[in-house]
Write a protein that binds this ligand. Structure first.
Ligand code: FES
Length: 229
């Protein structure tokens, strides 16, 4: 006898649907007929476009995740946060200095953090958000850059901060300052840029642009992969 797909009950913005088990929240929304014009990007956990908030029937505790990564569960109540209107300071990286005063000048509100740790609990990447905010307050730009390296800028930390702080933008500033002013220059990168500027890859690039999708796929599958260190 053919196996039948098990269906799970979910509620999208309050409306009930039955969707096949094993779908991600994103594909379940599409299965229910929602067209994701916003709130969907790479579908692979990298772009941060698909922040999602959910809880369960009879369990009001809010939970947070990336809709393209989290699979549906029975009795989930779902909604998407495709954009959160968080404060973003505009600056010219070339005019900044890589120190704590600079971070405070651009994001003075970080002194209002009272350590509730909601940002950390909310982060779908399981980053130590509150700790990197305290590093930012101490002016430790390198530590903020390290701790926030896997941030996908989904906005959920800002959406939940009771003080209205925007941890992901503070972290972005620190990663930029670190990359521009503090990180050791990469010899390998400099050499590669020189090669690009000298036109070493022009012919190959031209060939790729002309290739069909089939050919591109074949070349991708046959590509040389650097061995893991
Ligand atoms: S769609 Fe890009 S992280 Fe989910």
């Amino acid at each position: 006898m053919a196996e039948t797909t098990r269906m799970v009950d979910v509620y999208v913005m309050g409306k009930h649907y039955a969707v096949p088990e094993g779908l991600t929240i994103l594909t379940a929304l599409e299965y229910c007929g929602y067209r994701m014009v916003r709130g969907c990007g790479c579908r692979a956990g990298f772009c941060g476009a698909c922040a999602t908030v959910y809880n369960f029937k009879n369990d009001p505790q809010l939970r947070f995740d990336l809709a393209c990564q989290k699979t549906v569960e029975q009795d989930m109540y779902l909604t998407q946060i495709p954009f959160f209107p968080a404060a973003k300071t505009i600056y010219d990286l070339e005019e900044l200095q890589a120190n704590g005063d600079q971070v405070l000048k651009l994001y003075p509100d970080i002194i209002k953090c009272f350590g509730c740790n909601t940002c950390t609990k909310t982060c779908p990447q399981e980053l130590e958000v509150m700790w990197y905010m305290s590093d930012a307050l101490r002016g430790d730009i390198k530590e903020v850059a390290n701790k926030s390296f896997d941030c996908v800028i989904c906005g959920l930390c800002a959406a939940r901060c009771p003080q209205g702080l925007v941890p992901y933008n503070v972290a972005l500033l620190c990663r930029r300052l670190y990359g521009r002013y503090l990180a050791k220059p990469s010899k390998h990168l400099e050499e590669r840029i020189k090669e690009i500027e000298a036109g070493k890859f022009d012919a190959e690039l031209k060939g790729l642009k002309k290739a069909s999708e089939k050919e591109l796929r074949e070349r991708y599958n046959k590509r040389e992969i650097e061995p893991a260190l």
